[in-house]
Write a protein that binds this ligand. Structure first.
Ligand SMILES: NC(=O)c1ccc[n+]([C@@H]2O[C@H](COP(=O)([O-])OP(=O)(O)OC[C@H]3O[C@@H](n4cnc5c(N)ncnc54)[C@H](OP(=O)(O)O)[C@@H]3O)[C@@H](O)[C@H]2O)c1
Length: 288
């Protein structure tokens, strides 16, 4: 199993880190434990992780501020990936903010908070119309959003762009327009996005599954609680979370993981997944 995959010209370790668990409850407000959040980020880099996923809308601002505090000036090897396309309501809601102007403004906000002139990869996070939108709300056309992302590349604010929470058709359109990755919800228990993963694999594009363990939100099944995952974990002497993540790594070589955690112990456990080996029989049992 390859331990690296190239995304946007960068050789990326297949186990990265997602920063969404660092802000407070509901991904709002300051970290529950600031020092622990800083420790998680520094330990991630110590463990050789060179791919951190974040966003200005985690907190908002909190995840990016913590990354800057913990890791700036950044190692030249570290690839930072963020996302634009949403704005948080005061009630914690996630609302679309997808006009070209908003995508450009949001990108520059990310650069400022992270303390950089140029971001490695910015994901265009596509949002459905939210419940609070005015009746005359018109979603912004996808090709206009892609044009804004390309403009950001042309002006040098970002090296590359990706897309997130897209249909397979939108992923194809984005790859045609130059996207270097697709970040969609996917894990062992929720595999409906398989066609997008396959499209990315065929095109040599990174597929970055979010909610690889089933998220912290509580409304998705938890991968580490699935009986077949627990059984394989017990047999192989690994934790259930490691088995769920290892299945993703074995499933396709273009998968880059960004499991989210606020705990150093979980971070270490998740990172060690890069050395977990599953046999064909283990994989068949997990997929049954
Ligand atoms: N593009 C998008 O729209 C989008 C959406 C969601 C997420 N993301 C990105 O994807 C990343 C991953 O998704 P996620 O963080 O929402 O969900 P996730 O990685 O599926 O799960 C995170 C949850 O699992 C727990 N956890 C982590 N490691 C564990 C372990 N070894 N054993 C037991 N529990 C463990 C965490 O709790 P502890 O903190 O206690 O470890 C947290 O509750 C995010 O951090 C974010 O960067 C992107």
């Amino acid at each position: 199993m390859d331990k690296f995959f190239t995304m946007g010209g960068h050789r990326i370790g297949r186990v990265g880190y997602g920063a969404m668990q660092l802000p407070g409850p509901g991904v709002m407000g300051p970290a529950r434990d600031h020092d622990q959040a800083i420790a998680v980020l520094r330990r991630a880099v110590e463990l050789g992780i060179n791919h951190i996923d974040t966003s200005e809308f985690y907190g908002p601002h909190v995840a990016n501020q913590l990354i800057r505090e913990a890791l700036h000036p950044y190692s030249s090897d570290l690839v930072l990936v963020s996302k634009v396309g949403s704005v948080r309501g005061e009630d914690g809601s996630w609302n679309p903010d997808q006009t070209p102007e908003a995508l450009i403004r949001g990108t520059h906000e990310n650069l400022e908070t992270l303390g950089i002139d140029r971001l490695h990869v910015m994901n265009l996070r596509v949002m459905p119309k939210d419940d609070h939108a005015p009746a005359d709300y018109q979603p912004v056309r996808f090709d206009e959003q892609l044009d804004a992302m390309r403009q950001l590349v042309d002006e040098g604010a970002i090296e590359n762009f990706g897309v997130s929470t897209v249909t397979t058709e939108q992923a194809a359109q984005a790859i045609e327009a130059g996207a270097v990755c697709v970040q969609n919800a996917y894990n062992l228990l929720s595999r409906s996005d398989e066609p997008t993963l396959e499209l990315c694999r065929d095109k040599g594009i990174a597929y970055v599954p979010y909610f690889p363990l089933g998220s912290a939100f509580g409304w998705f099944p938890r991968v580490d609680q699935a009986p077949q995952v627990v059984a394989v974990a017990e047999r192989l002497g690994h934790t259930p979370a490691q088995i769920g993540l290892a299945w993703l790594l074995h499933h396709a070589e273009n998968v880059l993981l960004i499991p989210g955690t606020s705990s150093v112990a979980h971070l270490e456990e998740n990172t060690a997944t890069r050395d977990v080996v599953l046999s064909d029989e283990d994989i068949a049992e997990l997929e049954a």
